[in-house]
Design a binder for this molecule. Structure first.
Ligand code: PMP
Length: 428
């Protein structure tokens, strides 16, 4: 496949946009080469500026569960746009989507809509800190909760229990309130609670991690976090920006039967428009302005286009009883195909999968946390990525990302993909 026009467009973009992109992972830094510029998309396919058809396994990093340009979503957006695109006033639509989301997700009474996953997580921890009247939070190395200051933190050196900034511009003052634990390592969490008695407002976690590849929680891990939070009067925040409305109607709370105190959503809940949300029980949500003291706001929050798209999407996910089973079956079929292709060619690999999130790591050891995720052979991943791109298969341009399967994929598409993987595996 030829990517001539994409390459030219990237050169032009680099002149006027830092790195040529509006979000870093798009720049192909992890895999080399120049990014593919999208022109249009329908169902399981993206068409690029060189008129290549790519089978899409990123799906806008998750939201296109039902496929690109999904007709009910497109119709909803067009119909709303004709009647005004933003009012800065409340609309009935916001109550409708709020009620539907609350009916689908366990354990939440109220929800507030924002414009991105970053905003959702940033607001969730402010709410947790305000409610608990404590400053510190625990996050897990390798989990991503957006680019707000409190989350751009890496593990501190040596014996220090608090984090240090991992981006210039994040202050030490902010970093000292974010404590770093290891995913799937309960002892690392207990140690932080012991060293910071009565100081921890909340734990925030991707309950199935998707930002170090797909990393499932070990059996009992989430429940143990729940118990630790209860014992220490801290809140448990599930960042379900990737997993919400994807792994089950009610997300990971439903999938593993563990209750969170605050749940964050993004992407999916807007059907591909810029949306995020956070939700909790009455007593916690009523801590938010204008009823409560914790301030949080947004001119475009609850924007009618985004709410219309999100509502159309959630209605289908709510009414289609089989959608999550179908997604699981398709992804399982893909998993089996990838396994066979790589095994037949004696490639060392590990595959992690939960439902329609799956990742391939080029390492023989289990990938259970950020340290083990980092062990993967990046050179092999790069070849794998570019080999697949050449065959018209678009996976995330980084070894640290999950693939997101869409229901728009047919078994023909999956067979096409598996055949491409067989071809690429021979070259690794
Ligand atoms: N949380 C998680 C789990 C995410 O995967 C992401 C984005 N990939 C975010 C938060 C941030 O969302 P956004 O990019 O919409 O700000």
């Amino acid at each position: 496949m030829i990517y001539q026009r994409s390459s030219q467009l990237f050169i032009e973009a680099e002149e006027v946009i830092p790195g040529g992109v509006n979000s870093p992972v798009r720049a192909f830094k992890g895999v080399g080469g120049t990014p593919v510029f999208a022109k249009s998309a329908k169902g399981a396919y993206v068409y690029d500026e060189d008129n290549n058809r790519l089978i899409d396994y990123i799906n806008s990093w998750g939201p296109m569960i039902l496929g690109h340009a999904y007709q009910p979503v497109v119709d909803a957006v067009i119909n709303r746009a004709k009647n005004g695109t933003s009012f800065g006033m409340p609309t009935e639509l916001e109550t409708k989507i709020a009620s539907l989301a609350i009916s689908m997700v366990p354990n939440i009474d109220k929800i507030r809509f924002v414009n991105s996953g970053t905003e959702a997580c940033m607001s969730a921890i402010r709410l947790a800190r305000g409610y608990a009247n404590r400053d510190k939070i625990i996050k897990f190395a390798g989990c991503y909760h957006g680019h707000s200051d409190s989350f751009l933190i890496q593990a501190g050196s040596g014996a220090s229990t608090f984090g240090t900034p991992n981006s210039p511009g994040v202050t030490q003052g902010t970093a000292k309130d974010t404590l770093l634990a290891n995913y799937n390592d309960l002892e690392s969490v207990k140690a932080l609670f012991d060293a910071n008695k009565n100081e921890i407002a909340a734990i925030i976690i991707e309950p199935v991690a998707g930002n170090m590849g797909c990393v499932p929680p070990k059996p009992g891990f989430l429940q143990a976090l729940r118990e630790l939070c209860d014992a220490n009067d801290s809140l448990l925040i599930f960042d379900e920006v990737m997993t919400g409305f994807r792994l089950a109607k009610g997300g990971v709370q439903e999938l593993y039967n563990v209750n969170a105190d605050i749940v964050c959503f993004g992407k999916v809940i807007g059907g591909g428009l810029p949306v995020g949300a956070f939700a909790s029980r009455h007593e916690i949500m009523n801590y938010l302005a204008p009823v409560g003291p914790v301030y949080q706001a947004g001119t475009l929050s609850g924007n009618p286009l985004a709410m219309a798209a999100g509502l159309a999407m959630l209605e289908v996910l709510n009414n289609d009883k089989e959608v999550f089973t179908r997604l699981d079956e398709k992804t399982s079929y893909l998993e089996n195909g990838i396994r066979k292709a790589l095994e037949d060619n004696n490639i060392i690999f590990t595959i992690n999968r939960v439902g329609s999130m799956i990742s391939v790591h080029f390492d023989e050891n289990p990938v259970v946390d950020f340290e083990t995720a980092k062990n993967g052979d990046n050179e092999t991943f790069k070849k794998f990525f570019h080999g697949l791109l050449h065959e018209g298969i678009y996976i995330a341009p980084s070894a640290y990302e999950s693939w997101f399967i869409t229901d728009a994929l047919t078994y023909e598409d999956l067979d096409f993909t598996i055949n491409a993987i067989v071809k690429v595996a021979k070259t690794l």
